[in-house]
Design a protein around this ligand. Structure first.
Ligand code: ZN
Length: 137
């Protein structure tokens, strides 16, 4: 790791919660994101390099999993118990899915970044497979 880390203790649950609040998982004071999903290079409060942590596709996977498990039962329940016109359903369910996804994705990305920080993972080229891929022709 090129940067010396002064945070020897990294409680997983606390880091995950701080990340979900979109705060630095190390100190909890600085912002972890400079825009909707773009992490800051370094925490403004403690200098922790958060820009090196690559969550990749895990936050979208979690978002799809969670939102799907909320929306699909609601669709099935409403179909069984109510008589909502099809045109209303075709407008409502996609909008609900979009709104829940847009709300959940930044929280889940923050939580994943916090979890990765606690576990000392950076993603990207530190993964074992990445080194093997470079050796391929
Ligand atoms: Zn910090």
């Amino acid at each position: 790791m090129p940067v010396t880390c002064t945070h020897s203790e990294r409680p997983v649950f606390r880091s995950l919660l701080r990340g979900a609040r979109r705060r630095c998982p190390a100190c909890g004071r600085g912002r972890a994101f400079r825009s909707y999903l773009k992490p800051v290079e370094r925490c403004a409060a403690c200098g922790m390099p958060l820009g090196q942590i690559r969550a990749d596709d895990f936050p979208p996977y979690l978002t799809i999993f969670i939102v799907g498990h909320i929306v699909v039962p609601l669709v099935l329940f409403s179909e069984q118990t109510m008589e909502i016109p099809l045109a209303v359903q075709m407008l409502f369910w996609p909008l609900l899915t979009l709104a829940l996804s847009l709300a959940a994705l930044p929280l889940l990305k923050g939580a994943v970044v916090g979890l990765m920080w606690a576990l000392r993972l950076r993603g990207g080229d530190e993964q074992p497979m990445a080194g093997k891929r470079r050796d391929l022709p």
